[in-house]
Design a protein around this ligand. Structure first.
Ligand SMILES: *Cc1c(COP(=O)(O)O)cnc(C)c1O
Length: 479
């Protein structure tokens, strides 16, 4: 038994044999030798391991060709670029796992124009003196929101942390129990509060909080009154919350600043698309809120960023906080953010050119038409492998925005003949251009809302490859 194993191990090809074969095959010409060797050692180790645990694999060694083919697949798979284009058939517009908002072409062009060049990031071209990196967006943000002053940081979680740390470190912050939000598992208002050095004072009940509750909680140690937008949940039924305007009045009476974390931060009232009215940033500013924070890549439809707008006296303090330097926004984000904000100067242009808004605005009729067209192409190409149907579905805004609001949409549903639905789902995920759909019982749905017209050909190619029954295995493992 032992000697038999030894002889089997001797048949494993050497690293040099493998390199010679890969070079001769021409399948990995673009991959640096260093990486080839790394992958080969890894692959050989896998073979060795599977020989130890699974004698059956020994037979593979006699089929060198299969072994080398497996190696080539493994190397190609390993060399794949990490972040790549994925086709989003889920209908979730601001999909956190798929990168949230898509940048408008104007932002892509702006990035292209300056990425590989020097820029006036912190140079004031009028005076020739050192300028502020915020100069490029601060004016725009004030113009668009009506605020006195503005600041941008890495993301909204950072914006909230920075504002709390500046205004309420060592002090008490009063928040309604109904607004102790958790976003995406790791951002929780109570946790961020603790990290900022502020002490959380919860008031009211989960479903109802009154102005009195805030009033009675105010002490000499109070530093801030905080409102948090329930972006990813709703409290319904017997509810009551204190309006920003009432809270601002209370704050004024006691000389306390009021902050509102809006989460999504919409600049345009989207109720015209049948959505419930989200509070806009302008509403919060006009209501007298001293500091408003929101994300750059949720409903705003820009790059990842955290935006703070509000009263100059507070924003100036926040700017001076050394923590701001640690959370600062980079130049690429600033370039993209500036061009997205410029689109908002003309609301109709913003609605057309900012993908997040344009996808929300897509009409059901257009989506139905696109679904029918896609379904026909699927049937023409793949009728032997699956049943394709057009069906109505619901898209979601996503990103923790507008939680229980669905957008009527249309999808193509695929029911494969020869494989399970989770097998099709996996194959599409591992395709060279991955396609992510949504599984509904025994079918995989592709919501046309989040699939761009110029992605359809690639999607069909991935679907075809995934449905073909005798396509080689993708995985580099021997098992
Ligand atoms: C999304 C969200 C955040 C976090 O914003 P990021 O930009 O993801 O850091 C904070 N507060 C609320 C209410 C949110 O909805």
């Amino acid at each position: 038994m032992v000697s038999q194993q030894h002889s089997v191990f001797r048949e494993i090809p050497s690293v040099n044999d493998c390199i010679d074969w890969l070079v001769a095959s021409g399948t990995c010409d673009d991959i640096p030798l260093q990486r080839l060797k790394f992958c080969i050692r890894h692959y050989i180790e896998n073979v060795r391991q599977s020989l130890v645990t699974n004698q059956g694999t020994g037979a593979l060694l006699s089929e060198r060709q299969r072994l080398f083919d497996g190696l080539a697949r493994f190397v190609r798979q390993y060399h794949r670029v990490g972040m790549q284009h994925v086709i989003n058939g889920t209908g979730v517009i601001i999909h956190t796992n798929l990168g949230r908002s898509l940048l408008p072409m104007a932002a892509v062009d702006a990035l292209n124009a300056v990425c590989a060049r020097y820029v006036n990031l912190e140079l004031n071209l009028d005076t020739g003196k050192r300028g502020s990196r915020y100069q490029h967006v601060e004016g725009l943000l004030c113009e668009l929101t009506g605020a006195e002053s503005a600041l941008v940081v890495n993301n909204n979680a950072a914006a909230v942390l920075l504002a709390l740390e500046t205004l309420a470190n060592g002090k008490e912050v009063i928040v309604s129990r109904g607004q102790l939000v958790e976003i995406g598992g790791s951002f929780r208002i109570p946790d961020i509060m603790r990290r900022s050095g502020a002490r959380l004072i919860e008031v009211g009940a989960t479903n109802r909080t009154h102005l009195d509750d805030y009033q009675q909680a105010i002490t000499n140690d109070t530093g801030l009154l905080l409102r948090v937008h329930c972006s990813n949940y709703r409290i319904v039924g017997f509810t009551s919350a204190v309006s920003a305007v009432d809270l601002v009045r209370l704050g004024k009476e006691h000389g306390l600043p009021v902050m509102e974390d809006l989460g999504s931060g919409c600049l345009i009232d989207l109720s015209r698309f049948g959505l419930i009215k989200e509070p806009t940033v302008q509403d919060a500013v006009a209501g007298g809120v001293d500091i408003v924070t929101f994300s750059g890549d949720k409903l705003l439809g820009g790059p990842q960023a955290g935006i703070l707008v509000g009263k100059k006296q507070y924003i100036d303090q926040i700017k001076k906080n050394p923590l701001n330097r640690a959370l600062r926004i980079d130049k690429l984000t600033l370039v993209a953010l500036e061009s997205v904000l410029r689109l908002y100067l003309d609301e109709s242009r913003a609605l057309l050119e900012i993908p997040t808004l344009a996808l929300i605005a897509l009409s059901e009729e257009i989506l139905a038409e696109r679904a029918r067209a896609l379904c026909e192409r699927c049937r023409a190409l793949m009728a032997d492998y699956a049943v394709f149907t057009v069906q109505s579905t619901w898209s979601q805004v996503g990103g923790g925005a507008m939680p229980e609001q669905n957008l009527a949409s249309w999808a193509v549903a695929v029911a494969p003949f020869a494989m399970k639905i989770n097998q099709l789902e996996r194959r599409l995920r591992q395709a060279s251009i991955p396609v992510i759909g949504k599984v509904e019982s025994d079918r995989l749905l592709f919501d046309l809302r989040t699939i761009a017209a110029d992605e359809i050909d690639a999607m069909l190619a991935s679907l075809q490859a995934a449905l073909e029954p005798d396509r080689g295995t993708e995985s580099g493992n021997l098992a």
